[in-house]
Design a protein around this ligand. Structure first.
Ligand code: UN1
Length: 505
């Protein structure tokens, strides 16, 4: 572990405020300790940033923006390309650090860094495709078009569960768009942020733009609050709980800033009578158990046709009982720990509530008697009207409910406050199309014969309702990071007014 940390420049005590490669001296004695969730042993600590440091960091990000936006977009893309290569060079180490710090299994830790590399590649292409539309003017010898300009320094607030990739969704695109990026990572995953920030800030420095990336690690009430209130950050992109997003959205709206919110999910898989159960079982297991149930896209509800419910449940329970739980660094492990003892307490509390509300635990339902935050993935025989099925518990708990007809299944799938991801397993063309129609899933993501998690970056990622409405990563998500300008040019010798208005002087 020591070797890994020293290769990534992580020290026993690390700075919590960074302007490019420059670490600001500690503001005081307050430290946050990053711990390994598989043991609860400390890894290293970070001197947390205060409001004055945040102020300096935002100033630096804004000054850097004024320079960076002058570079043509494809040349900015070239810097992003080099960042992608730097991530490739450090993929193994960064992936291991993700696993060490947040406990996801190593193939997911590596996959997360791959997701960031993919984002860099995508953003390089985008840097040549930041296109606007042209419109036909109603006036002779006039031309109308829209163009997109860089927006400013962007504030990116990320959660512990994707401590690298979700930042990259935002940062790689924002950089290509001509913005600079201030990152506030979760204080549960500060080391991944520091290591990533330092690697990519070296690239930025070599390219002659040393302050493209800035980083603050601190308390929500201080640096989070400071960021969302600061008009120097025209866009705040925040990932986390619905409660957090509702607050951030309101504060940023009050200053008429822009928000991009990626909040909770309560994702369901529907399995209809025609489904290929071999596919379905694997899709459900990865969706519900992957990342120990700590993805926003985790499958939390299984809505299964009553005719096949016994078989599906039987096969799932058998699969769950064989799941290798343990050290996430081992290649054979499929279930790592929850992030911290607080998450274990929430898992326990959810189990109590499930029992009170009449749910029956079919497998799992226990905390492992060993160091670290290990819990057994759990399947619950549930009913749609149990209130807990409408909440997001960030743990591997799957609620199974039996339906009679597809209309009922889709109604249940949609009848929760969140609207992130959804899926159906079916071999029926009619069921698939109905699920994808305007009367089908109301989520931002809707899949057929694929689980709810593990989206590729080429599409726009995000969800409706309480999930916050934001879209990140691919497609035209870049538009959130730029400002649109509509331009009308008159190349004639007359000055006609639109809508036929006359104003002759
Ligand atoms: C998250 O949990 O915040 O689709 C993001 C997925 C991943 C991203 C999850 N690509 O599961």
């Amino acid at each position: 572990m020591k070797d890994l940390l020293s290769r990534l420049g992580i020290e026993d005590v690390n700075a919590g405020a960074w302007i490019g490669t420059e670490a600001l001296p500690p503001a005081g004695d307050d430290r946050v300790v990053s711990t390994n969730p598989a043991t609860n042993d400390p890894i290293a600590s970070v001197a947390i940033a205060d409001a004055d440091q945040l102020d300096r960091v935002i100033d630096a990000a804004q000054d850097a923006f004024l320079e960076w936006r002058r570079l043509p977009a494809p040349k900015r893309g070239e810097v992003v390309r080099r960042m992608g290569n730097a991530l490739r060079d450090h993929k193994e180490d960064l992936g291991r650090l993700v696993t060490l710090e947040v406990g996801k299994i190593l193939s997911e830790g590596l996959g997360e860094v791959q997701e960031s590399i993919d984002m860099a590649d995508l953003a390089v292409g985008m840097s040549r495709q930041l296109y606007g539309l042209t419109m036909h003017s109603e006036r002779a010898q006039h031309r109308m078009y829209e163009q997109w300009h860089p927006l400013g320094a962007i504030g990116v607030i990320t959660a512990f569960n994707f401590p690298n990739a979700v930042w990259a969704w935002n940062a790689m695109v924002a950089l290509a768009c001509g913005d600079t990026v201030l990152w506030k990572p979760s204080i549960k995953a500060p080391l991944t942020a520091i290591a990533t920030h330092r690697i990519l800030s070296r690239v930025a420095e070599d390219a002659g733009f040393p302050h493209l990336l800035t980083l603050v690690i601190g308390q929500d009430a201080v640096v989070g609050e400071g960021m969302i209130r600061d008009p120097r950050l025209p866009l705040i992109s925040a990932t986390g709980s619905v409660r957090m997003g509702r607050y951030v959205g309101q504060v940023v709206a009050a200053r008429l800033g822009r928000c991009l919110l990626e909040l909770g999910g309560n994702n369901a898989i529907i399995v209809d009578r025609t489904a290929d159960l071999d596919l379905a079982i694997r899709g459900i297991a990865f969706g519900a158990v992957g990342t120990a149930g700590q993805r926003c896209t985790t499958t939390r509800r299984l809505i299964v046709h009553e005719d096949i419910a016994d078989e599906v449940i039987g096969r799932l329970v058998a699969a769950y009982e064989k799941l290798p739980i343990g050290d996430p660094m081992l290649p054979t492990t499929l279930v790592g720990p929850l992030i911290d003892p607080g998450a274990v307490a929430q898992y326990r509390a959810a189990l109590d509530t499930i029992r009170e509300q009449g749910g029956e635990i079919l497998t799992g339902g226990e905390v492992l008697d060993r160091p670290g935050n290990f819990v057994r993935p759990t399947i619950v025989a549930a009913r749609h009207d149990m209130p807990i099925c409408h909440e997001e518990t960030f743990a591997p708990i799957l609620y199974v409910m039996r339906y009679r007809d597809l209309a009922e299944a889709i109604e249940w799938q949609n009848d929760v406050p969140q609207g992130l991801s959804s899926a159906i397993f079916t071999d029926s063309f009619r069921s698939a199309e109905r699920f994808l129609s305007h009367e089908g899933s109301d989520c931002g993501i809707a899949n057929v014969n694929i689980g709810t998690s593990g989206a590729e970056i080429g599409g726009a990622f995000g969800g409706e309702k309480d999930t916050g409405g934001g879209r990140e990563a691919g497609s035209d998500a870049w538009k959130s990071y730029m400002r649109r300008q509509t331009c009308t040019l008159n190349w004639g010798t007359d000055l006609p007014l639109a809508q036929g208005v006359k104003f002759d002087i």
